[in-house]
Design a protein around this ligand. Structure first.
Ligand code: NAD
Length: 465
């Protein structure tokens, strides 16, 4: 494991070379090795939960409970799920062969890709570094993790703890920012798994193209929450507030804005304000459960949005502590700056649309979101939203929670990225599905297909194919 400050290119090249060499020995392929690594990662998370929670508090003001549920506990669940199902996930899948090939056996064998690069962001810096690592190791790969430099305490904790627990020959951490990541991207990997914004996603994809490296891009975007009349507005408001303001709004799948259908906005707004008070008190600055903005750059960007609508609740902010109160904005124009880019902070605009048709048009005219949420009592609205919109995920009645369903793939579509992971989907991402055909040499019925072709051969072949 290495921590780079100087000459990143040379140090990075040495580290990557070491990982490729380790993979070539075959040490990561046995299922026993994979299980050992997963169990070791589990111990890392449980034995050092306090240290990780402290780091998350230092980086993001994250409450220990939130740190546990959304990062540490979440990753432990991902590990437990992998440990429980690994054997069946790795079992070769038999598939039928066509009559013309009988007798023969065909199967799909999942083989590890080699050495994978995991580039993770700052907002869930434990979970977004380690959950992909679970998949990479479960699939039998070597891995290099590059945590975000914007969460320095967590990055340092991961760089210290991963070598203590995992196979140092097969897993490495490289800390650092743009120079280190640029140096890493010059190397050849067998897969790149990037989580972050789309601008850097393009840089990563361009670099991957040079080596024809397959990649996963887990990006963000504006995830809408549609609220229709006739739904339980108090509960919908509580759930939207919960999903939006966890981690101070710095969650890729958080509801970015509310699309209030018909006359719901007027009734919904007081419920949103009440829910904010219920969860964070009259002065959220004093709530131990409310986080802080990652950097002054993001703070300044977010404060710029506060004037884009009528303040229903919140609006307070303090640059020194990078605090922005949970803020709900009403009467936000669709072309306001806050509606232009992913907010990624604790500002919730409410945009009014006359009906579901307008809500669907609003969504489909923009980039495909990472998640679409809807609060509706209408089965027909659910059906229409399912068939007439496209998004990484679609959830009715609750935001953010689809991540916790182990069988569901997690990933974006269009502008929100491509590729997917979690559970068995991680095995798909970090493996090559190899086609294996085994045909015996006797009897050689294939002779039928060999030239010279006769009328009889042709008749038989046409029947078989
Ligand atoms: P970030 O700034 O931490 O960047 C992500 C990673 O890219 C870091 O490791 C960073 O070092 C690296 N990086 C930054 N600039 C680079 C450059 N010029 N060249 C190479 N590497 C570079 O995080 P961020 O991008 O601000 O993260 C927030 C974004 O990520 C949001 O858009 C959010 O929606 C998205 N996100 C998506 C998911 C998901 O699972 N789909 C999860 C979390 C965040």
């Amino acid at each position: 494991m290495s921590q780079l400050t100087e000459a990143p290119a040379t140090t990075v090249a040495t580290t990557v070379h070491r990982l490729h060499a380790a993979f070539a020995t075959g040490r990561t392929k046995p299922v026993a090795w994979r299980r050992t690594q997963l169990r070791a990662m589990r111990s890392l998370l449980t034995d050092h939960a306090d240290e990780l929670q402290d780091a998350l508090r230092a980086d993001l003001g994250k409450s220990p409970v939130e740190a546990f549920t959304t990062e540490i506990g979440f990753t432990v669940n991902e590990i437990d799920h992998a440990l429980a199902h690994l054997t069946s996930w790795l079992r070769p899948r038999r598939t039928r062969v066509p009559l013309a090939l009988v007798p023969a056996r065909a199967r799909v064998v999942r083989e590890p890709l080699g050495t994978v690069l995991i580039i993770s962001p700052w907002n869930y810096p434990v979970m977004l570094a380690l959950a992909p690592l679970v998949g990479a190791l479960a699939a039998g790969n070597c891995a290099l993790v590059k945590p975000s430099e914007l969460a320095p305490a967590t990055s340092a904790a991961l760089a210290r703890l991963l070598p203590l627990h995992l196979d140092q020959e097969a897993v490495a951490v490289v800390e650092g920012g743009v120079p280190e990541t640029t140096a890493l991207l010059e190397q050849r990997f067998d897969h790149i798994f990037y989580t972050g914004n789309g601008t850097v996603g393009r840089i990563v994809m361009t670099a991957a193209a040079r080596h024809l490296t397959p990649l996963t891009l887990e990006l963000g975007g504006k995830s809408p929450a549609v609220v229709e009349p006739g739904t339980d507005l108090a509960t919908a408001a509580r759930r939207i507030v919960w999903g939006k303001f966890m981690n101070a709004g710095q969650t890729c799948v958080a509801p970015d804005y509310v699309l209030a259908v018909g006359d719901t906005a007027g009734a919904l707004e007081p419920h949103l304000a009440a829910a904010v008070r219920e969860m964070y008190g009259e002065d959220p600055a004093t709530s131990p459960d409310y986080g802080r903005i990652i950097s002054t750059r993001h703070f300044d960007r977010l404060v710029g949005f506060l004037k884009d609508g009528r303040t229903v609740i919140g609006g307070g902010h303090d640059r020194d502590s990078r605090y922005i109160a949970p803020t709900v904005l009403a009467e936000v124009a669709p072309d306001a700056p806050v509606m232009d880019e992913e907010i990624f902070g604790p500002v919730l605009p409410v945009v009014r649309v006359p009906d579901l048709d307008a809500a669907i048009s609003f969504i489909t005219e923009r980039d495909k979101p990472l998640a679409l949420y809807a609060f509706t009592a209408s089965a027909d609205s659910k059906r229409r939203l399912t068939t007439e919109t496209s998004s990484g995920a679609l959830a009715f009645g609750v935001p953010n929670a689809h991540l916790t369903v182990p069988g569901l793939p997690f990933g974006g579509v269009g502008g929100s990225g491509f590729g997917r992971y979690h559970g068995e989907h991680s095995i798909d991402t970090f493996s090559h599905a190899k086609a294996v055909l085994d045909k015996s040499l006797f009897p050689d019925l294939l002779r039928l297909a060999y030239p010279p072709f006769t009328a009889l051969k042709e008749r038989l072949l046409r029947r078989m194919l």
